[in-house]
Design a protein around this ligand. Sequence first.
Ligand code: TRP
Ligand code: ZN
Length: 469
Amino acid sequence: MHSARLSRAALFTVLLLTTGTACTGSVGRTAGAAGPGASSAGDALFPTLGNRGYDVAHYALTLDYVPETNALVGTAVITARAKQALSRFSLDLMGLEVRDARVDGSEAEVRRVRNKLILTPADPLRSGKVFTTTVRYSGIPKMITDADGGVEGWIETDDGAAALGEPTGSMAWFPGNHHPSDKALYDITITVPKDYTAVSNGELAGLQHKGRRTTSHWHTGEPMASYLASVVVGSFDISTTTTTHGLPVYIAIDPDEVEGSPDMAELVPKIIDWASGRFGRYPFSGTGAIVDHLPDIEYALETQSKPYFEEAPDETLVVHELAHQWFGNSVTPTSWRDMWLNEGFATYAEWLWKEDQGATTADEIFDAFYHGTHPESKGIWDFPPAQPPSADRVSDPPVYGRGAMTLHRLRLTVGDKCFFTILRAWSTRHQYGNANTRQFIELCEKESGMDLAELFEAWLYSRNKPTAA
Ligand code: TRP
Ligand code: ZN
């Protein structure tokens, strides 16, 4: 496979280097000697993604998009810090033509191997160095079909396009360190023909009409994993409002979906206020939603600050995607294996919403899942939620349903007060960062003072259906 080929090549270079230093009498790598670094973040399920040799602080993406031809022209300015000395490094990019690349202003050599852009800067980067990479690129961005049949990447709609990045699609529209463990700030500036609207993450920091083109600048001032970055181009009705706490709310709805949609300008602030009470302060400086018309993809995505709905959503789905802003977006799994920390939590948020609305209790929903009478319970016992067996199963029912059930069992075990303290502590302690399942279990044990090993073993790791008791 691709990763194996790359790492063999990397290993070969390391061997050459070590042989070189051995001749000078030192053993192993001299401190500061710049090797090529790994070309992966080391994810067990997605071994080709990302790069652990550097840490991106900021992406400035300047894009020009023409919906009629689906042509994208982009410049990415990536500010990063080398975590080790690097003679070269990789960025993830799928398709598109790279015009040139510069590192700290000097032309870098560019090679492409599958979905890796391999850059060799004129001067090696010393460990700890903050460096700026500029990549100029263009082309027709690709739509990606995943092993599970889902589509992501750059997807054309009937009136524009939507860039959806979970789990790997962001490499279809900008070069980057496309693994959730490397979060960064973003400024996305996009120019489209003037009859179109372009919406992205964060706040609208500038809007300019020039001739037949409109340029909008979207600023994301809190760390974001690249799979949550998005641009959506189309025709939209825009409305803005604020939550009771004064948080700005930006809603974009495709005119084709207005009729079927709930009143989003009312519903989004209502859910954000409710969720803030349950999960702690809303983590970002703005919120909202994008309701597009792309029914074929059959999923919504929790794109940061403004979740994306492929068609008019029902209330529960809006709760799910907004709950992700705490669980997934602010606290992001360190690796894709821990997807249940996203989907189990967002699903449980739906149950809590229904309970707080007085519709049905979380306990009743749990029972319906356990006994297989709930329509979403199909397949939830296929594998334990903290151990998806392969990349194409990270969004399968156990991750959602049995993940949510795990939280309900935790709640029954530690009691309501402790459970909600745990949820708030989780979102506060790891705000804007990454965390894994082990850290969640440790937090639960610390907050409750209980030994919860058996509970989590049964619900997260055991292949058997746990006893309900
Ligand atoms: N995260 C989306 C949700 O809110 C679902 C989803 C879309 C997804 N694409 C994915 C999950 C890829 C895992 C992998 O439910
Ligand atoms: Zn989800």
